[in-house]
Design a protein around this ligand. Structure first.
Ligand code: SF4
Length: 474
């Protein structure tokens, strides 16, 4: 095996752009997803090392001395950070010209030719589901014999045939031992999970076809492929025993509840382990299933409601009815399952009236916490294509982010400007949270637990700073 370094490159201060973030930006409160896609590679390549620079606060100058210690460097990139990541590759190549450098991620999977030609420092692009592609590069196989690779011959891009998606997901090695070896788990936060938390995948792909959603459209597909329950349960037992400090395990599969028999069987095994867990879910899980999950340690569901307007849900192919989502949410409230609800403002069909409709819907269904985003318009998605064709996209690429790494409003409609959408996000947060009943509920939670109080006060300060910063930026 080549001596391999997997690197989540340094970029903006506090930037959550890791190989685990569904869209890359500096968020309202300090947040870092685990670099799970890179950890998966590190788990497959013996003797490798994973460095996740942003949460560690590492700068390029801290990392360059390592360039001579390795034979292979693999970077995970994204649309807004690609130019920055190319500069990182160039700096490493300058330090060690013998270093082979590859890049993976949805952005390069969507445009491998331009990506590999973007710089002489880039030797290859690992396209689509890149795990075994990178493993074979690390094994030293000739590039021409490796499926799923784009590389250069005489300055021209050459593509080997596509690699088939992994069917037997148990072939993938466990990521949690890599976390233990290479990461500091206290670095990973988000506003709605217990801290410290740990997240991993039990499968890939999503049956749904939401037009804005990046990974199923670029890397992992629409067939939800899962590891065996026995394999997952064995890893969770290992993780529970080796991370006694972890308060919550998060299953970051696109939609863990897409496969009901699997999630029910998994829950029973998790129940035996006595761990607290949470996952992504669609707002259509049957009550009977929710009861099984809750009885076996489920604490929270992260749910993409996106909009309270029926036509917008149709426009984005969400595949969810508002009445079903209301019923699901009611069931969760009754069973004591917390919900972190995600909403997006500025999707096709949005007007000032639909924004108000979505706010009233959010207040009515009342998730415990919410996240309100602007549309992330990444190449490779149906939404991006639609925005381009209709001339609704004002900026793209690196301009998706401000100078500080926060999300820019990039979508503008003839009847609704990007500024109005941008301002609506602040107003949505304020009107959702600054209600007497919500404030009272949050205060009650803080009084119940000193650790919750500490975290919520810290996040509250960050949140106010975020709103203040946006007001000044608007
Ligand atoms: S349900 Fe969630 S993960 Fe699946 S395509 Fe829609 S947004 Fe993406």
């Amino acid at each position: 095996m080549k001596k391999t370094l997997f690197l989540n490159p340094p970029s903006y201060e506090g930037f959550d752009g890791s190989a685990g973030a569904r869209y890359q930006c500096k968020r309202e409160v300090r947040s870092f997803w685990y670099p799970t896609w890179l950890a998966q590679l590190a788990a497959l390549v013996e003797g490798s090392k994973l460095i996740d620079a942003p949460p560690r606060g590492l700068k390029l100058a801290d990392l360059l001395p390592l360039a001579k210690d390795y034979e292979l460097l693999v970077l995970y990139t994204s649309t807004p950070t690609f130019p920055n990541d190319v500069r990182v590759a160039e700096a490493f190549k300058a330090e060690n010209p013998a270093l082979t450098i590859g890049i993976c991620g949805a952005h390069v999977a969507n445009d491998p030719e331009r990506s590999v030609l973007a710089s002489p420092a880039i030797d290859f692009i690992a396209r689509k589901e890149f795990d075994f592609t990178v493993k074979e590069v690390a094994e030293g196989r000739p590039f021409s014999n490796i499926d799923g690779l784009t590389y250069k011959v005489d300055g021209q891009a050459v593509h080997t045939r596509d690699r088939a998606l992994i069917e037997d997901m148990d072939q993938l090695s466990w990521v949690t031992p890599v976390y233990r070896r290479d990461l500091q788990i206290k670095d990973y936060y988000n506003g709605y999970m217990l801290h410290p938390y740990l997240s991993l995948y039990t499968g890939r792909g999503c049956k749904s076809r939401c037009t804005f959603c990046l990974w199923p459209q670029t890397i992992s597909g629409h067939n939800y492929r899962v590891r065996s329950v026995a394999n997952i349960a064995a890893e969770m037992k290992w993780a529970r025993d080796n991370f006694p400090e972890v308060k919550e395990f998060f299953f970051d599969d696109d939609t863990l509840t897409d496969n009901i028999p699997q999630v029910e069987a998994l829950a029973v095994e998790l129940g035996k382990l006595g761990i607290t867990w949470s996952c992504n879910a669609k707002a259509n899980v049957p009550r009977k299933t929710l009861e099984i999950l809750k009885a076996n340690g489920l604490r929270l569901l992260l749910v993409g409601f996106e909009s309270g307007n029926k036509q917008i849900l149709i426009n984005i192919k969400k595949g969810i009815r508002l009445d079903k989502a209301r019923e699901f949410t009611r069931d969760c409230h009754e069973l004591g399952i917390l919900i972190h609800g995600c909403f997006i403002l500025g999707l096709p069909g949005e007007t000032k009236e639909t924004i108000e409709e979505t706010l009233q819907y959010a207040i009515e269904i009342n998730p415990k916490t919410i996240q309100v985003s602007l549309p992330a318009t990444y190449p490779g998605t149906f939404l991006y294509q639609q925005m381009k064709e209709n001339n609704w996209l004002q900026r793209e690429g690196t301009e998706l982010l401000s100078d500080h790494g926060t999300q820019h409003a990039v979508v503008s409609y003839p009847h609704l400007s990007s500024e109005e959408i941008f301002e609506a996000v602040d107003s949505f947060y304020k009107r959702f949270y600054f209600r007497p009943s919500k404030m009272a509920a949050l205060t009650f939670d803080m009084l119940k637990s000193p650790s919750v109080m500490k975290r919520q006060l810290r996040e509250g300060v960050e949140f106010f700073k975020f709103l203040w910063g946006r007001e000044n930026a608007a």
